[in-house]
Design a protein around this ligand. Structure first.
Ligand code: HEM
Length: 434
């Protein structure tokens, strides 16, 4: 059995291709080298596949087969206490603590807030001025996640955290995630120095907020209070760890959803037939958050948007032991990637894959290795249920209450934002005033 598949040479060129347009590069590689193929990038050697049988093998493997991808490059940015960086038993324990507010009845309790935030944000843009779907989506999803994670009970608290969370995101340049070499310090002016300043501010705010809450953290149900509670293994609050953890949830919990809101508005307004069908469905709905989240077409539109535009284009893991994959014997230290941006366009699974067709999700389901916008296995997105719930409520509320006009007249394409990919123009729109 050969050790490694073939792939392109030239680390920097390959890395640039992944930053610019992973789908185009991966497609070329499959054609030239077969599936799986090898990417030699500046953050490591990665064997990429889009074959559902191999994706299934990756998602079903013993979690100890893997460690976090490119952790030495990403850990300095997200911090060792970020769920995305944790491994083994501490990772499992942290997921158990974070998950309950993001599922079931506790999640549904946020439905009304999601709806009223969407309504109020739409109202702010109802004067006919131009805006981007990303901006609208960000304002909505940031407020939703702040309320969920912080249980924010005052406007002042919301304002402070809005500002600092956006600051961190705005300064998270893509290149910082790809190469530790770019994380140098230069008299306070390098990209990493500038990121550190806003991160320190957010950390301090988190610490002050926990101290302000005092004993009430024991009775509150928000994620910040839950994670700040002492445990048997950690009787004292570790503010560094807590700030890493909260920072990741704020970041992962709103950027992705914001981008999805923008893409869904884009696809609906490029495909007015589906928009009309959605309006007809919403006319039959009592518009309660719970009912919205159960609307078949609305749910299918959310799923189809995430199929066409997976926000994270590949799911990455690094091998802690050798693994046989697709006829190759991959060594420890190599990484593997399940490329959703290719699997989601596999013609043998999805007919006319380039077409926006939510109908393919009605009365039909796909296996976790055919459709995986939220990743898979033991690291599958902990916010997946929450995000799907939020997207249906927000999109349904916006479309039912406002008439949008898409101002982008040419196709919008995916472009790198940081670890995520988003629409190149942000999706330029306006709300047609009543
Ligand atoms: C449309 C919205 C979202 C998308 C497309 C998305 C996608 C993803 C993906 C692809 C992963 C990596 C999974 C893997 O490695 O197998 C991930 C991980 C994660 N996501 Fe999401 N996500 C979304 C929303 C959210 C929300 C709302 C939250 C929090 C409330 C969240 C929190 C996280 C966290 C903490 C992880 C790390 C999980 C771990 O390593 O154990 N995400 N997400």
């Amino acid at each position: 059995m050969p050790d490694l598949p073939n792939g392109p040479h030239g680390k920097w060129r390959t890395t640039w291709g992944i930053i610019q347009n992973p789908r185009r590069l991966f497609n070329k590689c499959v054609q030239q080298f077969g599936d799986p193929f090898l990417m030699r990038a500046i953050n490591g050697n990665v064997v990429v596949t889009d074959r559902p049988d191999l994706v299934e093998q990756i998602f079903r493997a013993d979690p100890d087969t893997f460690s976090v991808f490119a952790s030495e490059g990403i850990r300095p940015i997200l911090g060792a206490g970020s769920l995305l960086m944790m491994e083994g038993p501490p990772h499992r324990a942290e997921r158990k603590r974070v998950a309950p507010p993001l599922h079931g009845d506790r999640m549904k309790a946020y439905g009304e807030a999601m709806q009223s935030i969407a309504l109020a944000t739409g109202r702010n843009y109802s004067d006919g001025r131009e805006f981007t779907g990303i901006r609208l989506g960000t304002e909505i999803s940031l407020d939703v996640i702040l309320q969920t994670v912080l249980g924010a009970d005052s406007n002042q608290l919301m304002n402070e955290f809005r500002h600092s969370t956006r600051g961190v995101l705005d300064r998270s340049l893509p290149i910082l995630f790809f190469s530790p070499k770019t994380q140098f310090s230069l008299l306070g002016f390098s990209p990493m120095d500038r990121l550190r300043v806003v991160q320190a501010k957010l950390r301090e705010q988190i610490k002050q907020e926990v101290q302000r809450r005092g004993d009430s953290i024991h009775s509150r149900e928000d994620i910040l209070s839950i994670l700040a509670r002492p445990t048997e293994s950690d009787p004292e609050i570790d503010f560094e760890h807590l700030a890493d953890s909260i920072g990741t949830l704020l970041f992962a919990g709103h950027e992705t959803t914001a981008v999805s809101i923008a893409w869904s508005l884009y696809h609906l307004h490029r495909n007015p037939d589906w928009l009309d069908k959605l309006r007809a469905e919403l006319d039959q709905c009592d518009m309660s958050p719970e009912s919205l989240a159960a609307m078949p077409l609305l749910r299918a539109i959310v799923q189809e948007t995430l199929r066409l535009n997976p926000i994270v284009t590949e799911v990455l893991r690094t091998l802690t032991r050798p693994m046989e994959l697709g006829g190759y014997r991959l060594p420890t230290g190599f990484s593997i990637a399940a490329a959703s941006c290719l699997t989601h366009y596999d013609e043998s699974i999805y007919a006319s894959p380039e077409t926006f067709d939510p109908g393919r999700f009605i009365d039909r389901t796909y296996t976790p290795s055919q459709y995986y916008p939220f990743g898979g296995g033991n690291r599958r997105c902990v916010g997946a249920a929450f995000a799907t719930y939020e997207l249906a409520i927000v999109l349904g509320t916006l479309v039912h209450n406002y008439r949008f006009e898409l101002l982008d007249k040419v196709p919008v394409v995916p472009r790198r934002r940081n670890v995520t990919m988003g629409p190149s123009t942000g999706v330029r729109m306006r709300i047609i005033p009543n």
